[in-house]
Design a protein around this ligand. Structure first.
Ligand SMILES: Cc1ncc(COP(=O)(O)O)c(C=O)c1O
Length: 399
């Protein structure tokens, strides 16, 4: 950038639904000399991180950690458990469910696709019906995106599990928690999930670069006979090396320093119940702001409102991306764009990760000013409605 280029003063507001703001403490933890990844100091770090990581997933089983984005962790979940031509049941909940389906098809899997309108989560009734009809048990896996980041809809994973159990169906349950992990209540073991896919750059408050698979005993057993080709993604060698706190290849040392710090903040300091309650509270305040503006939240079912982000529909005749552009240029705030068939129709407010009442207040002020400056017909008062909720009804519960 030339020296004369204008640099906006103050801190940029990164309010996309991930990557999220990385706390200074985590940045400082990452800012350390890189060490020998086969030496004793690294093994201590590896062991400590691996011992605690399962708590975020709600599992006592293994969590395989890759140097990858979330897409890599998606692929790992499929190639470790399935064979060419296997059938997978998936739900069209939005852009990310559609991408996971496309990835499965590229791997040679056959996807049974339950169509959706991108305003609701995976339908447990449809799952129950399809699985009950599958008497031959041809469906090998059910995939669900827990928190659909393109729509702000959180699927009811326990109800999908209950539908599978009611049908007595043995398919594996594979769940994407990429934008819910560390922000939304989630219980891998208790809910009977077989593979949980996660990554670093959202609720875990880290930069992009770590992908995760939490693995049940059944999934581990399935990986013994699964025949999709896999090499880098193969769980076995990683789980074996992890017993000594190391990886079979060069791990992302400095991101693991960051992960240790973030886990300490989430698990030991704030604690997960408080983290989840904070996200629920900020999501409710955001929806009150949206309604206060006279606009519509994309998610249609209150049971599925996302605690991590809110997608806001702009009225016909207005371009959500033009609103986002103006907000970036004028207020130095990034909001999430409309993805896939929602392009231009919604913008998304991320309220997850390292986030508090005043970050939310600043974010909503930027949105309200941006909507008015863009000529979108709104009522003033959205910010007031959110503040009112935060001040009164939405008081944090004392721990
Ligand atoms: C729900 C969900 N799944 C998968 C992905 C893909 O992850 P990545 O972009 O890290 O590969 C994303 C990315 O935002 C996501 O939100």
């Amino acid at each position: 950038m030339p020296l004369s280029a204008a640099r906006p003063a103050g801190r940029h507001f990164l309010q996309i639904p991930g990557p999220t703001n990385v706390p200074d403490r985590v940045l400082r933890a990452i800012d350390a000399p890189t060490i020998d990844h086969r030496g004793p100091e690294f093994a201590d770090l590896g062991r400590e991180v691996l011992e605690n990581l399962g708590r975020v997933f709600g599992t006592t089983g293994p969590v395989v950690t890759y140097p990858s984005s979330g897409t890599g962790a998606w692929e790992a979940a499929l190639v470790n458990t399935l064979s060419p031509g296997d059938r997978v049941l998936a739900f069209e909940t939005g852009h990310f469910a559609t991408l996971w389906k496309a990835l499965a098809e590229r791997l040679g899997l056959e996807v049974e696709w339950v169509p959706g309108d991108w305003r609701r989560g995976a339908d447990p009734d449809a799952a129950a019906e399809i699985l009950a009809a599958d008497r031959e048990h041809a469906i090998c896996a059910v995939t669900v995106v827990h928190n659909e980041t393109s729509t702000g809809v959180t699927s009811r994973v326990p109800e999908i599990r209950a539908a599978m159990d009611a049908a007595g169906h043995p398919a594996l349950l594979l769940v994407d928690t990429i934008s819910s992990l560390g922000s939304v209540d989630y219980r891998h073991d208790e809910w009977g999930v077989d593979v949980t896919v996660g990554c670093s750059q959202k609720g875990l408050m880290l930069p992009p670069g770590l992908g995760f698979n939490a693995i049940s005993d059944r999934a581990l057993a399935a990986s013994e006979s699964a025949r999709l080709p896999r090499a880098y993604w193969k769980w076995g060698p990683i789980i074996a090396a992890n017993r000594d706190g190391v990886w079979p290849y060069t791990p992302p040392t400095n991101l693991l320093y960051g992960l240790r710090e973030a886990l300490s903040m989430l698990l030991d300091e704030e604690t997960l119940p408080a983290v989840f309650a904070r996200h629920l509270r900020h999501a409710e305040a955001t929806r009150r702001a949206v309604r206060g503006w006279g606009l519509e939240v994309l998610c249609e079912d209150p049971r599925e409102f996302s605690p991590a982000l809110t997608a806001v529909l702009v009225p016909d005749g207005h371009d959500a991306d033009a609103v986002r552009r103006l907000i970036l240029e004028r207020f130095d705030m990034s909001l999430g764009t409309g993805l896939g068939k929602l392009a231009g129709k919604v913008f998304r407010i991320g309220h997850l990760g390292d986030f508090n009442d005043l970050t939310l207040a600043g974010t909503l002020c930027g949105v309200e000013m941006g909507l008015v400056a863009s000529g979108v017909p709104i009522e003033r008062g959205g910010v007031d409605a959110a503040l009112e909720f935060l001040e009164h009804e939405g008081q944090p519960v004392a721990s």
